[in-house]
Each structure stands twice: as C-alpha cells, then as structure tokens.
Design a protein around this ligand. Sequence first.
Ligand code: PLP
Length: 449
Amino acid sequence: MLPSVDAVLRAPEGLVLIDMFGRAATTDAIRGSLAGLRDQRNFAASLSVTIGLAADHLARLFAPGQRPVFNLTGTVLHTNLGRAPIPPEAAQAAAAAMSQATSLEFDLATGKRGQRDTSVAELLCRLTGAEAATIVNNNAAAVLLMLNTLAKGREVAVSRGELIEIGGAFRIPDVMESAGAKLREVGTTNRTHARDFRAAFGPELAAIMHVHQANYAITGFTASVAPADLAAIARDGNVPMLDDLGSGSLVDLSRWGLPRERTPQDSLADGADLVSFSGDKLLGGPQAGLIVGRADLIRRLDANPMKRALRLDKGRLAALEVVLRLYLDPDRLAARLPSLRLLTRTEADIAATAARIRPALAAAFPTLLAEIAPCSSQIGSGALPVDVLPSCAVTLTGSGLDAAAAWLRACPRPVIGRIADSRLWLDCRCLEPLDESDFWTNLHHPTTP
Ligand SMILES: *Cc1c(COP(=O)(O)O)cnc(C)c1O
C-alpha cells in the first residue's frame, strides 16, 4: 500500500520539505511522486522512497535556471555566458533601484514628471561629444528603432559586404524587414564603391546605413566605402547616415595595448548622424542599446511609440549610469571596469593563476595530464574578430575529455572550458586571483570524476 499524501506531509521529512519549499509545491510534488509510483505499479514503495522522489522533484523545480559559472573559454565577452561582468557597485546600484521606489521619471526639483533617460543620456553626450542620446533594451533594439523611425516604408542603402548575421536571429536584412524598411542592397560582397551608393539616390531613399563587420573579416580583393565618405555621400543625398557600431568602446583601447576599435566619437567625427552600440560588449556595462547623435533625430526616436516598448528598466539604467561614470576617470578605468581589467591582464599574471590552479585540476583528474600551455583569448561579441590576446591555460590531456568537461560543468559553480586539438583548454584569463580559492573549493564537490 502506498502512503497517503497526508501521511507523507505529516512525516518529519515532509515537514522539512514544507519548510523549505512551501506547502503547495510540496503537496504537488508528493502527489506527482505517488502518481508516478502507481503508474509503475510500484505499490510497495515506502514513505521514504516517496519523499525522496518528491524532494528530487522539488530540488529541480527550485534550482535556478541561470547560475554563475567560471568562464574559462578564453572569450571574455561571451554572449552565451552573459557578456560583460559589471562592476559590483553597478550591480548594487541596480539592486537598490529595483528593490525600491526611485526618481526614475520624477523631477525632484520641480516635483513634476521627469525623463527616465536624462542622466544616462547626459553622461553619454559628455563622453562622446554627441548632441543627444537615447537608450533602449539592446543594440538590436537600437537598430530597429532607428530604422522604424527614419525609414519605415522607404529604402535604406547598405553595402552587400555588411549584410551580416551576428548570431542568434539577428540578421541585418531581417531586422530591416521587421522595422518596416526596405533594404536597398548596394555593391557586391567583396567590393562596394561610392558610385554604388550614389546610384541608390532617389525619393525612396530614407537613409544610408553602415554596419560594423562583426564576427568576420573580408580579405583579398576588396573595396569598401570609408564611413567618412559614406557620411559625405549621405549629406549629398540629403539623408541621414546611421552607423551600427556593434561593440563600440568609449575609449581608445590602444592606450592599454589592445587593438584599436572604432569608437562612437570616431563615428561622429566621421559625420555619422546617429551611432548605435551595445552596453554589454566592450563598454563593459549591462545589456543596453545606446544611440548618440543629432538632437533632431534623437527627438524623433524618443517620440516613436516603439521607444516605449524598447526602453530600459530602472535597474539597468542605474547600473549603466555607474559604469558610464567610471569613464570620467580613464586613468583608473582598467582597474575598476571588470571587462577591461580582464582584457588587459598580462600573460605573466594569467600564467601565475594557471600555475596556482593546476594542482587542483591534477588532483581532480588523476588519470589525465594537467599542463600549463600558452593560448590565445578572444575579446568576443563580434569585436575585432581577427585579433587575439596572448593568454595562458591549464590543459587536460588523456582519454575521457568529454566526461571531464561534463564533470566540470556539473560543479556547484560550473566551469566552462573548450575542447580543441585533443585537449580540454581552461583559459585562465577570466579567473581573477580573488576567485582562485573559490575555484579550488568548487572542484571539491561530492561527485568524483
Ligand atoms: C552585437 C551587434 C548587434 C546586436 O547588439 P545586441 O546588443 O546584442 O542587441 C548589432 N550590430 C552589430 C554590428 C553588433 O556587433
């Protein structure tokens, strides 16, 4: 005879489950376990078997879907791993804003309704020299809003060399269509000239768009129109030039010996009318889409009802504000902004981390060979696809690498590496010294390899 739901609920272990997960979920889980046992015609199952099944079910139900991981992939701004880690003070500002009432759209001086984007927009203008700025959910939303506002039902000229897919479902031609704009393809995949853009002039043309070539590089017999020339052509055609920068760092990264990436400032200096870029790529902030440029155009974007649907929430606005303020002090930026700190770590510093954690990995995988090996990290998120950063990894070699990778993913804080050339690579760039002891204890979880 199977126990009754009531008997299970009243048992001491049942009371523990109620305490942990609440009566409703526990009752559901017990009903589910009993139904499962009945389906298997297992009528002799004991009370403790029933409770065990219910506890498993509850543990799965209450396990967080999104968990912190150790990113040892070597890709710093890894889209699948949540891109830029934001500074703790930015995360605290977000938590404070989200858990309380704030002056989000309230002007404390006048006691009247205010604008939600004001302080972030002012910071963006100060940092980029732009006339005006607006903020939306992500850069995909920024592109959508620019096109829908300025080119709905009309044409936007884009070079065929820039009709890119960024990953997931973001393809420039598809975004264009969703925005209600008509794509006017210009030039060829490898070569596009100024005359190709001029040939697109006409009453239907609403804008010329330049798209940063994320994730790939075209080499060989190529020609493209430089953004400054594109802006001049757009002026001749009396249409705005929109520049989708993608990653867009707010500072010249060569200052830290990193490859130079076009900044919004460069783009504005080239004559772009609107520039869009992501908040969580090289900028190192929370997910957001930032648009800077001409005040008259920004006003039109803000007046589009779609802006309301794409706007940023108060938590991320608060975090973004903190991150942007760090840019007011470039001298200390590399120490304070986690993404930049990770990108600027020296190979020697990373090698020291690798040397310190190697014994922990050797002990966790006694049948595999754990070695230190030089490797190359990537910036990620479509930035500078051809540039790599010298780094250092602990590599595991031997049989059963897939199982080792799976075991690492099953740690309390999953460890994510990558398998290549018959080795499991654990690039130590994103394991900072302060996290090393956590990494160490994390490997000592109960299930052994
Ligand atoms: C990443 C990227 C986007 C999309 O930005 P999200 O912030 O991911 O929405 C659009 N265009 C380019 C060129 C990009 O690199």
